[in-house]
Design a protein around this ligand. Structure first.
Ligand code: SAM
Ligand code: SF4
Length: 329
Protein backbone atom coordinates (compact mmCIF):
# COMPACT_ATOMS: atom_id res chain seq x y z
CA UNK A 1 0.00 0.00 0.00
CA UNK A 2 1.27 3.50 -0.87
CA UNK A 3 1.00 6.07 1.92
CA UNK A 4 2.19 9.66 1.55
CA UNK A 5 3.91 11.88 4.12
CA UNK A 6 0.50 13.08 5.37
CA UNK A 7 -0.80 9.55 5.98
CA UNK A 8 -2.99 9.53 2.87
CA UNK A 9 -3.34 6.37 0.84
CA UNK A 10 -2.40 6.84 -2.84
CA UNK A 11 -4.24 4.38 -5.09
CA UNK A 12 -5.53 6.39 -8.06
CA UNK A 13 -3.58 7.54 -11.13
CA UNK A 14 -4.86 9.93 -13.78
CA UNK A 15 -2.83 9.53 -16.95
CA UNK A 16 -3.11 12.24 -19.63
CA UNK A 17 -2.16 10.63 -22.94
CA UNK A 18 -2.11 13.72 -25.16
CA UNK A 19 -2.42 17.49 -24.94
CA UNK A 20 -4.27 17.63 -28.26
CA UNK A 21 -7.98 18.06 -28.56
CA UNK A 22 -10.72 18.34 -31.15
CA UNK A 23 -12.67 20.88 -29.06
CA UNK A 24 -11.59 24.29 -27.80
CA UNK A 25 -13.54 24.66 -24.57
CA UNK A 26 -12.85 28.26 -23.65
CA UNK A 27 -12.24 27.43 -19.96
CA UNK A 28 -9.52 24.94 -20.99
CA UNK A 29 -7.60 26.36 -23.94
CA UNK A 30 -7.36 29.33 -26.33
CA UNK A 31 -9.29 29.35 -29.60
CA UNK A 32 -6.14 28.58 -31.62
CA UNK A 33 -5.24 25.65 -29.41
CA UNK A 34 -1.93 25.28 -27.60
CA UNK A 35 1.65 24.97 -28.76
CA UNK A 36 1.17 21.22 -29.12
CA UNK A 37 3.90 19.04 -27.73
CA UNK A 38 6.25 17.49 -30.29
CA UNK A 39 5.83 13.74 -30.72
CA UNK A 40 9.19 13.06 -29.11
CA UNK A 41 8.14 14.97 -26.00
CA UNK A 42 5.13 12.73 -25.48
CA UNK A 43 5.55 9.55 -23.50
CA UNK A 44 5.27 6.56 -25.81
CA UNK A 45 2.69 3.87 -25.05
CA UNK A 46 5.54 1.60 -23.96
CA UNK A 47 6.73 4.22 -21.49
CA UNK A 48 3.21 4.76 -20.19
CA UNK A 49 2.61 1.07 -19.79
CA UNK A 50 5.89 0.55 -17.96
CA UNK A 51 5.20 3.48 -15.60
CA UNK A 52 1.73 2.13 -14.90
CA UNK A 53 3.02 -1.39 -14.28
CA UNK A 54 5.52 -0.06 -11.72
CA UNK A 55 2.87 2.10 -10.06
CA UNK A 56 0.32 -0.73 -9.92
CA UNK A 57 2.91 -2.93 -8.21
CA UNK A 58 3.43 -0.10 -5.71
CA UNK A 59 -0.27 0.19 -4.87
CA UNK A 60 -2.17 2.02 -7.62
CA UNK A 61 -5.55 0.29 -8.05
CA UNK A 62 -7.38 2.63 -10.41
CA UNK A 63 -6.20 4.32 -13.61
CA UNK A 64 -8.13 6.99 -15.49
CA UNK A 65 -7.07 7.81 -19.06
CA UNK A 66 -7.59 11.45 -19.89
CA UNK A 67 -5.98 14.24 -21.91
CA UNK A 68 -6.46 16.44 -24.05
CA UNK A 69 -8.91 14.16 -25.76
CA UNK A 70 -7.82 10.51 -25.40
CA UNK A 71 -9.45 9.41 -28.67
CA UNK A 72 -7.44 11.96 -30.65
CA UNK A 73 -4.27 10.00 -29.94
CA UNK A 74 -3.67 7.30 -32.56
CA UNK A 75 -4.25 3.68 -31.51
CA UNK A 76 -5.41 4.60 -28.03
CA UNK A 77 -7.26 1.28 -27.73
CA UNK A 78 -3.86 -0.42 -27.90
CA UNK A 79 -2.82 1.28 -24.65
CA UNK A 80 -6.20 0.63 -23.02
CA UNK A 81 -6.00 -3.05 -23.95
CA UNK A 82 -2.52 -3.43 -22.46
CA UNK A 83 -3.54 -1.59 -19.29
CA UNK A 84 -6.62 -3.75 -18.89
CA UNK A 85 -4.29 -6.76 -18.66
CA UNK A 86 -2.17 -5.34 -15.82
CA UNK A 87 -2.17 -7.67 -12.84
CA UNK A 88 -3.43 -5.90 -9.73
CA UNK A 89 -5.27 -3.10 -11.50
CA UNK A 90 -8.85 -3.07 -10.19
CA UNK A 91 -10.38 -0.31 -12.28
CA UNK A 92 -9.63 1.19 -15.68
CA UNK A 93 -11.68 4.15 -16.74
CA UNK A 94 -11.53 7.30 -18.88
CA UNK A 95 -12.68 10.86 -19.34
CA UNK A 96 -13.73 11.91 -22.83
CA UNK A 97 -15.48 14.77 -24.59
CA UNK A 98 -17.53 12.20 -26.50
CA UNK A 99 -16.85 13.54 -30.01
CA UNK A 100 -15.04 10.47 -31.38
CA UNK A 101 -16.07 7.93 -28.75
CA UNK A 102 -19.05 6.08 -30.24
CA UNK A 103 -17.14 3.53 -32.39
CA UNK A 104 -15.10 2.40 -29.35
CA UNK A 105 -17.90 1.86 -26.85
CA UNK A 106 -18.35 -1.86 -27.56
CA UNK A 107 -14.60 -2.46 -27.21
CA UNK A 108 -14.46 -0.47 -23.97
CA UNK A 109 -17.20 -2.67 -22.59
CA UNK A 110 -15.28 -5.81 -23.59
CA UNK A 111 -12.15 -4.51 -21.86
CA UNK A 112 -14.12 -4.25 -18.63
CA UNK A 113 -14.47 -0.45 -18.52
CA UNK A 114 -17.44 0.00 -16.18
CA UNK A 115 -17.66 3.74 -15.96
CA UNK A 116 -16.85 6.73 -18.19
CA UNK A 117 -16.79 10.44 -17.41
CA UNK A 118 -18.33 12.42 -20.25
CA UNK A 119 -17.80 16.17 -20.39
CA UNK A 120 -20.94 18.08 -21.29
CA UNK A 121 -21.55 21.65 -20.15
CA UNK A 122 -24.94 22.26 -21.71
CA UNK A 123 -27.95 20.53 -23.26
CA UNK A 124 -28.33 23.29 -25.83
CA UNK A 125 -26.54 22.87 -29.18
CA UNK A 126 -25.97 26.61 -29.66
CA UNK A 127 -24.49 27.06 -26.21
CA UNK A 128 -22.37 23.96 -26.78
CA UNK A 129 -20.90 25.68 -29.83
CA UNK A 130 -20.32 28.92 -27.91
CA UNK A 131 -18.47 27.06 -25.14
CA UNK A 132 -16.48 24.49 -27.15
CA UNK A 133 -16.12 26.51 -30.40
CA UNK A 134 -17.01 23.35 -32.33
CA UNK A 135 -20.29 22.02 -33.73
CA UNK A 136 -20.18 18.54 -32.18
CA UNK A 137 -23.14 18.46 -29.80
CA UNK A 138 -24.95 15.65 -31.64
CA UNK A 139 -21.91 13.36 -31.45
CA UNK A 140 -21.58 13.89 -27.70
CA UNK A 141 -25.26 13.06 -27.19
CA UNK A 142 -24.79 9.90 -29.28
CA UNK A 143 -21.94 8.92 -26.97
CA UNK A 144 -24.15 9.42 -23.93
CA UNK A 145 -26.78 7.21 -25.53
CA UNK A 146 -24.28 4.56 -26.57
CA UNK A 147 -22.66 4.32 -23.15
CA UNK A 148 -26.02 3.92 -21.44
CA UNK A 149 -27.13 1.30 -23.97
CA UNK A 150 -23.97 -0.68 -23.18
CA UNK A 151 -24.68 -0.41 -19.47
CA UNK A 152 -21.57 1.63 -18.82
CA UNK A 153 -22.02 3.97 -15.87
CA UNK A 154 -21.85 7.62 -16.96
CA UNK A 155 -20.77 10.61 -14.95
CA UNK A 156 -21.37 13.88 -16.79
CA UNK A 157 -18.79 16.57 -15.99
CA UNK A 158 -20.18 20.10 -16.23
CA UNK A 159 -17.96 23.09 -15.56
CA UNK A 160 -20.12 25.89 -14.14
CA UNK A 161 -19.29 29.19 -15.85
CA UNK A 162 -20.74 32.54 -15.01
CA UNK A 163 -22.47 34.08 -18.03
CA UNK A 164 -22.16 30.89 -20.09
CA UNK A 165 -24.17 27.95 -18.79
CA UNK A 166 -25.91 28.95 -15.57
CA UNK A 167 -29.25 28.41 -17.34
CA UNK A 168 -28.17 24.81 -17.95
CA UNK A 169 -27.89 23.87 -14.30
CA UNK A 170 -31.59 23.09 -13.83
CA UNK A 171 -32.06 21.26 -17.19
CA UNK A 172 -29.01 19.12 -16.37
CA UNK A 173 -30.47 18.29 -12.97
CA UNK A 174 -33.75 17.46 -14.73
CA UNK A 175 -31.84 15.07 -16.99
CA UNK A 176 -31.32 12.86 -13.93
CA UNK A 177 -35.09 12.34 -13.64
CA UNK A 178 -35.32 9.69 -16.33
CA UNK A 179 -31.67 9.03 -17.11
CA UNK A 180 -29.46 7.01 -14.74
CA UNK A 181 -26.48 9.37 -14.85
CA UNK A 182 -24.58 11.30 -12.24
CA UNK A 183 -24.31 14.96 -13.28
CA UNK A 184 -21.35 16.58 -11.56
CA UNK A 185 -21.08 20.34 -11.45
CA UNK A 186 -17.45 21.45 -11.26
CA UNK A 187 -16.16 24.80 -10.03
CA UNK A 188 -14.23 26.54 -12.80
CA UNK A 189 -10.47 26.56 -12.23
CA UNK A 190 -7.85 28.93 -13.70
CA UNK A 191 -6.26 26.29 -15.99
CA UNK A 192 -7.34 27.74 -19.34
CA UNK A 193 -3.95 28.06 -21.04
CA UNK A 194 -4.60 31.81 -20.80
CA UNK A 195 -7.49 31.34 -23.21
CA UNK A 196 -9.43 33.87 -21.21
CA UNK A 197 -8.92 36.01 -18.21
CA UNK A 198 -9.79 34.06 -15.06
CA UNK A 199 -11.46 36.64 -12.90
CA UNK A 200 -11.80 34.50 -9.79
CA UNK A 201 -14.45 31.96 -8.92
CA UNK A 202 -17.99 33.24 -9.48
CA UNK A 203 -19.91 30.03 -8.81
CA UNK A 204 -18.60 28.07 -5.86
CA UNK A 205 -20.08 24.81 -4.57
CA UNK A 206 -22.31 26.62 -2.08
CA UNK A 207 -23.92 28.79 -4.76
CA UNK A 208 -24.34 25.89 -7.14
CA UNK A 209 -26.17 23.93 -4.44
CA UNK A 210 -28.34 26.96 -3.56
CA UNK A 211 -29.33 27.30 -7.21
CA UNK A 212 -30.35 23.62 -7.39
CA UNK A 213 -32.11 23.73 -4.03
CA UNK A 214 -34.18 26.75 -5.08
CA UNK A 215 -35.79 24.59 -7.77
CA UNK A 216 -35.61 21.24 -5.94
CA UNK A 217 -36.10 22.04 -2.23
CA UNK A 218 -36.38 18.35 -1.30
CA UNK A 219 -32.88 17.51 -2.64
CA UNK A 220 -31.27 14.88 -0.36
CA UNK A 221 -27.61 14.50 0.61
CA UNK A 222 -26.09 11.11 -0.17
CA UNK A 223 -23.25 9.55 1.79
CA UNK A 224 -19.99 10.34 -0.05
CA UNK A 225 -17.38 7.61 -0.50
CA UNK A 226 -14.20 8.19 1.57
CA UNK A 227 -12.04 9.65 -1.26
CA UNK A 228 -14.85 11.33 -3.12
CA UNK A 229 -14.07 14.73 -4.61
CA UNK A 230 -17.78 15.42 -5.01
CA UNK A 231 -20.58 16.22 -2.58
CA UNK A 232 -23.34 13.95 -3.78
CA UNK A 233 -27.10 14.47 -3.80
CA UNK A 234 -30.27 12.88 -5.02
CA UNK A 235 -33.65 14.29 -5.95
CA UNK A 236 -36.44 11.99 -4.72
CA UNK A 237 -37.97 10.10 -7.65
CA UNK A 238 -35.01 10.71 -9.99
CA UNK A 239 -33.06 7.80 -11.48
CA UNK A 240 -29.73 9.59 -11.51
CA UNK A 241 -27.85 11.69 -8.99
CA UNK A 242 -26.06 15.03 -8.66
CA UNK A 243 -22.50 15.79 -7.61
CA UNK A 244 -20.82 19.11 -6.85
CA UNK A 245 -17.04 19.27 -7.09
CA UNK A 246 -15.31 22.05 -5.17
CA UNK A 247 -12.33 21.94 -7.52
CA UNK A 248 -11.31 25.53 -6.85
CA UNK A 249 -12.38 25.71 -3.19
CA UNK A 250 -10.38 22.52 -2.61
CA UNK A 251 -12.38 21.07 0.26
CA UNK A 252 -11.23 17.51 -0.49
CA UNK A 253 -7.41 17.69 -0.20
CA UNK A 254 -7.35 16.05 3.23
CA UNK A 255 -8.32 12.70 1.70
CA UNK A 256 -6.56 13.07 -1.65
CA UNK A 257 -5.68 9.62 -3.01
CA UNK A 258 -4.68 10.64 -6.53
CA UNK A 259 -1.61 11.41 -8.56
CA UNK A 260 -1.33 12.59 -12.15
CA UNK A 261 1.01 11.99 -15.06
CA UNK A 262 1.02 14.58 -17.85
CA UNK A 263 1.47 13.68 -21.54
CA UNK A 264 5.18 14.58 -21.30
CA UNK A 265 5.67 12.38 -18.25
CA UNK A 266 5.57 14.94 -15.45
CA UNK A 267 4.39 13.40 -12.20
CA UNK A 268 2.03 15.70 -10.34
CA UNK A 269 1.42 15.07 -6.67
CA UNK A 270 -1.34 17.68 -6.79
CA UNK A 271 -3.53 19.18 -9.50
CA UNK A 272 -2.15 22.59 -8.56
CA UNK A 273 1.58 21.75 -8.55
CA UNK A 274 3.71 22.09 -11.68
CA UNK A 275 5.22 18.62 -11.62
CA UNK A 276 7.60 17.04 -9.14
CA UNK A 277 9.44 14.47 -11.26
CA UNK A 278 9.77 13.61 -14.94
CA UNK A 279 9.10 9.89 -15.37
CA UNK A 280 9.77 9.97 -19.13
CA UNK A 281 13.26 11.38 -18.55
CA UNK A 282 14.01 8.82 -15.85
CA UNK A 283 13.01 5.99 -18.19
CA UNK A 284 14.93 7.48 -21.12
CA UNK A 285 18.05 7.84 -18.96
CA UNK A 286 18.10 4.04 -18.75
CA UNK A 287 16.81 3.58 -15.19
CA UNK A 288 15.53 0.13 -14.27
CA UNK A 289 12.18 -0.43 -12.54
CA UNK A 290 13.70 -0.43 -9.04
CA UNK A 291 15.39 2.91 -9.68
CA UNK A 292 12.16 4.35 -11.05
CA UNK A 293 10.29 3.04 -8.01
CA UNK A 294 12.80 4.64 -5.61
CA UNK A 295 12.36 8.04 -7.25
CA UNK A 296 8.58 7.71 -7.16
CA UNK A 297 8.64 6.75 -3.48
CA UNK A 298 10.80 9.75 -2.75
CA UNK A 299 8.30 12.02 -4.55
CA UNK A 300 5.36 10.51 -2.62
CA UNK A 301 7.13 11.21 0.66
CA UNK A 302 7.21 14.93 -0.19
CA UNK A 303 3.61 15.60 -1.15
CA UNK A 304 2.17 19.02 -0.42
CA UNK A 305 -0.51 19.17 2.24
CA UNK A 306 -3.12 20.65 -0.09
CA UNK A 307 -3.78 22.52 -3.30
CA UNK A 308 -3.35 25.91 -1.60
CA UNK A 309 0.20 25.04 -0.63
CA UNK A 310 0.91 23.75 -4.15
CA UNK A 311 -0.53 26.87 -5.76
CA UNK A 312 1.43 29.11 -3.39
CA UNK A 313 4.72 27.33 -4.22
CA UNK A 314 3.97 27.56 -7.89
CA UNK A 315 2.99 31.20 -7.95
CA UNK A 316 6.32 32.00 -6.34
CA UNK A 317 7.93 30.43 -9.42
CA UNK A 318 5.79 30.92 -12.52
CA UNK A 319 2.11 31.61 -11.84
CA UNK A 320 -0.56 29.45 -13.48
CA UNK A 321 -0.64 29.60 -17.29
CA UNK A 322 -1.27 25.93 -17.89
CA UNK A 323 -4.18 24.42 -19.80
CA UNK A 324 -6.21 21.64 -18.23
CA UNK A 325 -5.46 19.72 -21.43
CA UNK A 326 -1.89 19.16 -20.22
CA UNK A 327 -3.07 18.15 -16.75
CA UNK A 328 -5.98 15.88 -17.54
CA UNK A 329 -8.54 17.36 -15.15
N1 SAM B 1 -10.98 16.05 -23.25
C1 SAM B 1 -11.55 15.25 -22.25
C2 SAM B 1 -12.82 15.85 -21.71
O1 SAM B 1 -13.03 17.04 -21.89
O2 SAM B 1 -13.56 15.12 -21.08
C3 SAM B 1 -10.61 14.91 -21.11
C4 SAM B 1 -9.68 15.98 -20.64
S1 SAM B 1 -10.44 17.38 -19.88
C5 SAM B 1 -9.06 18.42 -19.54
C6 SAM B 1 -10.88 16.70 -18.29
C7 SAM B 1 -11.91 17.50 -17.52
O3 SAM B 1 -11.34 18.72 -17.12
C8 SAM B 1 -13.16 17.82 -18.29
O4 SAM B 1 -14.30 17.30 -17.63
C9 SAM B 1 -13.20 19.32 -18.30
O5 SAM B 1 -14.51 19.82 -18.21
C10 SAM B 1 -12.38 19.68 -17.08
N2 SAM B 1 -11.80 21.02 -17.17
C11 SAM B 1 -11.05 21.53 -18.16
N3 SAM B 1 -10.70 22.81 -17.89
C12 SAM B 1 -11.24 23.11 -16.70
C13 SAM B 1 -11.25 24.30 -15.88
N4 SAM B 1 -10.62 25.40 -16.25
N5 SAM B 1 -11.92 24.24 -14.70
C14 SAM B 1 -12.58 23.11 -14.33
N6 SAM B 1 -12.60 21.97 -15.05
C15 SAM B 1 -11.96 21.98 -16.22
FE1 SF4 C 1 -10.59 19.45 -25.01
FE2 SF4 C 1 -11.44 18.40 -22.72
FE3 SF4 C 1 -10.09 20.72 -22.78
FE4 SF4 C 1 -12.55 20.69 -23.75
S1 SF4 C 1 -11.97 20.26 -21.62
S2 SF4 C 1 -10.75 21.64 -24.76
S3 SF4 C 1 -12.67 18.68 -24.60
S4 SF4 C 1 -9.31 18.77 -23.31
Amino acid sequence: MLIDNHGRKINYLRLAVTDRCNLRCFYCMPEDGLNWLARTELMTYEEMLRSCAVLVKMGIEKIRITGGEPFVRKDIMQLLTSLSNLDGLKELTLTTNGVLTVPYIGELKKLGVKSVNLSLDTLDANRFFAITRRDEFANVMDTLDGLLKHDIEVKINTVVMDGKNIDDIIPLVELTKNTPVSVRFIEEMPFNGDGHNYSGLQWDYVHILEKIRSRFPDIEKLIDSPNSTSYNYHIPGHRGSIGIIAAYSRTFCGTCNRIRITPQGQLKNCLYDDGVLNIRDIIRSGANDDQLQDQLLNAFSHRVKDGWEAEHNRFLKTGVHESMATIGG
